[in-house]
Structure formats: structure tokens, C-alpha cells
Design a protein around this ligand. Structure first.
Ligand code: M6R
Length: 615
């Protein structure tokens, strides 16, 4: 969850590290720090609790030196304080480390250090890493060996970047488990390392992620990558297609706003070349499953977390109706600790925009190791661990980097990717053919336009945000395909506006939640014209009978709903399977405008981080 950046080369490292931290600011942002090493071994370390601006304000002159590392923290062990911020150093300052993940055996390691006379100065688990490296250095090992030994001793998922005080011309980096990525960036005669690609984009698009269990000694002239057994791994960087301009906010106030507005393009990019009408069909070259394999499937299981799981819940409907297969959608953190029964006839689809969410990766590893079931990853990050765990069978979302912590465009694209995958499976199995396949593809191709037209309702959503900004609770209701959208709307509301919200299947409401409803509880009812419309209408009547303010999202021209609701937000008439793309827009915009009306920090909501790499 923390952000990591490192540089070694001929330029001044301080400004590069600082600028990298600005780009990584969406990962963790409760404190930050950097360390810069000069060629003569002079070391400058600055760290501050609070937003990155606190660190920037404390840096009157950038520290000198051509090697540097930086870190934005999302606290796990130890309070948010200057002392707990990274980098951490060994007591003698010989080893300087930034870390992402959790050293699960840190208590035992602290005791070992204490027995050797080394007292940790911070409350973090991370500090044991530089302290242990320092101990090994003092025993006479070189840094390579000390680093490697420590990697073998720390337990849990961990990503580490380190500097050696005595050898300022190089960095060390390692990835152990699924605590988050480490990506090497290859420049002319300089090297970069970061926890994810956007931090590298202004400098290079030539990148190589470290795989689980790999570590690297990184020098401007020479970089060596090894696995934990010492076997050398080739440095073979790939060009990534991410556009550095896409990482900028442009004319928008917030990244979330920008990302909401660019959803028609994100959807078109995701669908382009994959869904076509003439001849009707889908092309998914990156999904390396043959027609025979698809025909042998008996079941689909979709896993993900948060917003990605909500996309998966929509995907469940697509799989059932378009692929004709029984489908479940599960929370990855629950799935991975159960004992589900899977086999080669179950296709497991992991939805993760970052490709690095620890629980989703854990679920995929579980599937690979215990059941050998076929896997597909739906992700926005090429070369992510999720892609590797899916044995290369991936659908890339092609959204460009999503910086807002609240996922928006990747939600849309994930639904589209699931739709395309369902069509691919349905066509291979003969469940969709001829005119039905054509209709399904046609419907999907309308989605970008429908989203575009729904964005025109932003003003109504702004007004909802203004009027409801002081409420304490919100209820989101939907049925069928709109139930996951109700969950997603409530999640967005909670995470950025801090208003308590619940998303419920509307039919479930009268089994408990209806007791909460009164005049002070706005209810967002997602009620497009679909086969469950009449049922939804009854549920709206039931909440109205209890005085709730109803904000109805319905099909344009639905005069009856418009007259009944306190606020009516129209979406274009569309195929019910496509309606989630449209209703997602008010779900996102209401949360956005609630948050801005309340003065909340939309792009950096409290306690959250973009990529969740700890359990
Ligand atoms: O990177 P992932 O898609 O795996 O992330 C999963 C969740 O952490 C994520 O969707 C989270 O719920 C959203 N940022 C909420 O807006």
C-alpha cells in the first residue's frame, strides 16, 4: 500500500525522488520520507508525518547526491509519526531501507536483535530489516549477502528497497510474496525503481517488474537480478504503453472527477478490437483458452475485492445470461481461507485493476496451487502479478492509470471486460449464436455513448450532493443487475464523503433495514426499465410510505417515476444488460459531489490507499 521510489544515476536524486513521491501519493499518504546518498557517503534523511506537503515544506534545499530512495506510508505497525516514517536505518547508518508489506515475524526478529545488543528506535515492523542487514554487515558479510540473508528471514509479503552507505552507486530491491510490486525502470545511464509504473513514466517506459522471490542489485551501469537461490534472471525490460500525460489532472479539480469524465473513452478503449459486429463476435487473444477448454467449462467463479468485486457481481449476471454457465462471485479475502471445491471445469476470473491486491492474488495462488483450475485475470496493469498468476491469460482494461483512490473508470472497464469474456465463452459453447450474439455485441457497443449521455446529468447529482451533504446515513437500493450498483454507490459514498451508506438488494430491505428509514434517510433507488422494474417500483413505494426522500435513477421518459420521486436522475433507454454502465454514473457522481460539498479530500480519503497489499 505504501509507495516506493528509488533512483541511481548521474542526476541529482533528491528532485527525482520527490517528484516520484508526488506521483505515488495516492498509494499511502499518512507520512513520507526520503534519503539521498552523495558519492562520498554523505547521507541526508528527511521524514515527516502527514501529507507529502509537510515533507516538501521541510526541504529548504534539496539534499545533494545521485542515489536516493523515498517512501509514502500507509501505517500498519506503529502510529503515524516522524519516527515511524520511512526510510529506516540500521543503528550505525550503514543500511537505509524503505519497505512495503508486513514483516509478520518482526517481534521474534526484534528479540533476536535485542539479544545482539541492537535496539529498534521506531514502533514499526519495517525497522528490523535495516537493523538485521546492519548486524550481518558488522559480522563481515558484504551487502549482497546481508540483504539476501535478511530476505530469507523475514516472513510475510514484503517489498524492500535499500541503499548501502559505503557503496552509494547502487540500490537493492526485492519482492517477496504479494505485498506489492517492485518495478525496475531502465533509463539511458540511470536506473529507477518504484512500487508501480506511474511513478516511472516521466523518466522511462522501459520497465521490468520483479517477480515474487526475486531481488536486484541496481547500478546505473550494471543491474543483476537473482532469485532467492542465487540463480541469475535476465534483465529484459518491456516497453509499457502508459501515457505519461494520462497521469496528469488536466483541467479537473480531482483525479476522480477526471476519471469519471473519461469513462466513455475508457470503455471504448477497453472494447475496441475485442467486440465486433461484422462478423458478430469477440476477439480475446490474451485469453489463452481454446474453444475446447471453454466448451468443457461447467462453472465460473469470479473473485475480487471492493469495487472490483462489485464489477464481478455484475459479471456474474453476464456469465449466467451470456455464457450460460452457473456463476458465483466471491470476496477474495473470504474465498482464499475457505475450502471450496474447484476443478478444471471451473473457470476462475480474478478482477483487480491494480493486479496487486494481496487477497485477490492470494485467491489466485490458492486456485493455481490446489486445484489447477483455469484462470483469467482482468486487470489494468500489464505485467502485474495477477497476470503472472493467471499464466498470462489476461484481459487488460486499457484505462490508463487510475490515480483517484476511489475506482471509477476501471469499474466500468471491468464490467465491459466481463461482458466480452461472457460473450466469448457463450459463443464457444454455442449458447450465443447468430442473432443473439449479434444483439449482445450490439448492446455492448452502445455502452460508451450511453455513459456519455448520462454524464450530462452531473448537475442534478451536484444538487443531490449539496442538499444531502449533512445527512448521516444513505441507503442505496437495486435489484438484479442494479444490486451490485447499489453496493458500489454505497461504497463510493462511504469512502470519499464519510457518510455512512448501505447498499441493499431492494427485496431484502423489508427484512431489517426498513426499520432505519425515516425522513432523515435519503434513499437512492436504482430503477431503470428492466424486467424487475415493477418489483422495484413497489420497493420505492414502501420506502416512500416511511417518509424517506427518494432519489430515483430511472429511464428517461419514465414520467411516473419522475413524478413519484423527490429527485429523478434520467439515464438513456438501453438494454438492461447495459444499464449498469449508465447507473454507475449517478452512483459515482452523487458520492463525488457529497464529498466536495463536505470539503472532503476526494483523491486521498482518510485511512485508504489505492493498492491494498496487506491483509
Ligand atoms: O486493485 P483492485 O481492483 O484489486 O482493488 C480492489 C479494491 O481495493 C478497490 O476496488 C477499492 O475497493 C476501490 N478503490 C474503492 O473505490
Amino acid at each position: 500500500m505504501c509507495g516506493i521510489i528509488g533512483y541511481v544515476g548521474k542526476q541529482a536524486a533528491g528532485p527525482i525522488v520527490l517528484e516520484g513521491l508526488q506521483r505515488l501519493n495516492y498509494r499511502g499518504y499518512d507520512s513520507s520520507g526520503l534519503a539521498v546518498l552523495d558519492h562520498d557517503g554523505a547521507l541526508a534523511v528527511m521524514k515527516r508525518a502527514g501529507k507529502l506537503a509537510e515533507l516538501e515544506a521541510s526541504l529548504t534545499t534539496p539534499p545533494a547526491g545521485r542515489t536516493g530512495i523515498g517512501h509514502t506510508r500507509w501505517a500498519t505497525h506503529g502510529a503515524v509519526s516522524d519516527g515511524n516514517a520511512h526510510p529506516h536505518l540500521s543503528s550505525d547508518g550503514a543500511a537505509i531501507v524503505v519497505h512495503n508489506g508486513i514483516v509478520e515475524n518482526y517481534r521474534a526478529l526484534r528479540e533476536r536483535l535485542a539479544a545482539a545488543g541492537v535496539e529498534c528506535r521506531s514502533e514499526t515492523d519495517s525497522e528490523v530489516i535495516p537493523q538485521l542487514i546492519g548486524l550481518y554487515l558488522r559480522e563481515g558479510h558484504d551487502f549482497d549477502e546481508a540483504f539476501r540473508r535478511v530476505l530469507g528471514e523475514i516472513e510475510g509479503g514484503n517489498a524492500v528497497v535499500a541503499m548501502e552507505r559505503r557503496r552509494p552507486e547502487r540500490l537493492y530491491a526485492a519482492r517477496l510474496g504479494n505485498a506489492g510490486g517492485i518495478v525496475l525502470g531502465v533509463g539511458g545511464d540511470e536506473m529507477f525503481v518504484a512500487s508501480d509504473v506511474p511513478a516511472l513514466l516521466p523518466h522511462t517506459t522501459l520497465v521490468q517488474p520483479l517477480a515474487n522471490g526475486q531481488w536486484a542489485r541496481i547500478g546505473a551501469a550494471e543491474t543483476t537480478i537473482r532469485d532467492l537461490d542465487g540463480a541469475e534472471v535476465a534483465l529484459a525490460p518491456q516497453r509499457v504503453s502508459m501515457d505519461p500525460v494520462a497521469v496528469a489532472k488536466g483541467p479537473y479539480t480531482h483525479f476522480m472527477q477526471k476519471e469519471i469524465m473519461e469513462q466513455p473513452r475508457a470503455l471504448s478503449d477497453c472494447i475496441r478490437g475485442r467486440a465486433h459486429v461484422n462478423p458478430a463476435g469477440v476477439s480475446l487473444e490474451d485469453v489463452r483458452l481454446s474453444d475446447d477448454q471453454l466448451r468443457s467449462l461447467r462453472r465460473v467463479l469470479i473473485v475480487g475485492m471492493g469495487t472490483s468485486m462489485h464489477a464481478g457481481m455484475v459479471g456474474r449476471y453476464y456469465m449466467e445470461s451470456l455464457a450460460g454457465l452457473p456463476t458465483d462471485c466471491d470476496n477474495a479475502s473470504e474465498f482464499r481461507y475457505r475450502a471450496p471445491l474447484l476443478g478444471p471445469e471451473t473457470l476462475v476470473v480474478a478482477v483487480t485493476q491494480s493486479g496487486e491486491t494481496v487477497d485477490t492474488l492470494g485467491a489466485m495462488a490458492q486456485v493455481r496451487d490446489h486445484w489447477g483450475a483455469p484462470r483469467v485475470a482482468i486487470t489494468n496493469v500489464e505485467e502485474s502479478e495477477a497476470t503472472r498468476l493467471a499464466a498470462g491469460s489476461a484481459i487488460y482494461l486499457r484505462c490508463g492509470p487510475e490515480i483517484g483512490v476511489a475506482s471509477t473508470k476501471t469499474f466500468m472497464a471491468s464490467m465491459a471486460a466481463l461482458y466480452v469474456l461472457a460473450c466469448r465463452i457463450g459463443a464457444a459453447r454455442g449458447h450465443l449464436r447468430g442473432a443473439t450474439l449479434e444483439r449482445a455485441i450490439d448492446a455492448l457497443l452502445t455502452a460508451p455513448g450511453i455513459v456519455d449521455r448520462t454524464l450530462a446529468q452531473a448537475e442534478i447529482c451536484r444538487e443531490v450532493g449539496r442538499v444531502c451533504q449533512d445527512v448521516e446515513h444513505m441507503l442505496y437500493l437495486g435489484r438484479g443487475l442494479q444490486y451490485p450498483l447499489a453496493m458500489e454507490g454505497a461504497l463510493k459514498c462511504k469512502e470519499i464523503s464519510y457518510i455512512h451508506a448501505e447498499g441493499y438488494p431492494a427485496g431484502e430491505m423489508k427484512h431489517g433495514p426498513i426499520a432505519l428509514i425515516d425522513r432523515s434517510m435519503p434513499v437512492v433507488a436504482l430503477a431503470p426499465r428492466d424486467p424487475l422494474y415493477d418489483k422495484m417500483w413497489s420497493n420505492i413505494q414502501q420506502v416512500q410510505a416511511r417518509d424517506a426522500t427518494v432519489i430515483a435513477v430511472g429511464t428517461e421518459g419514465d414520467a411516473e417515476l419522475e413524478a413519484a420521486a423527490d429527485v429523478f436522475i434520467p439515464i438513456p433507454a438501453c438494454d438492461p444488460l447495459i444499464a449498469p454502465f449508465a447507473t454507475a454514473i449517478p452512483a459515482q457522481l452523487i458520492a463525488y459531489y457529497l464529498a466536495t460539498a463536505r470539503g472532503a479530500d476526494v483523491d486521498q480519503p482518510r485511512h485508504l490507499a489505492k493498492t491494498v497489499t496487506v491483509e
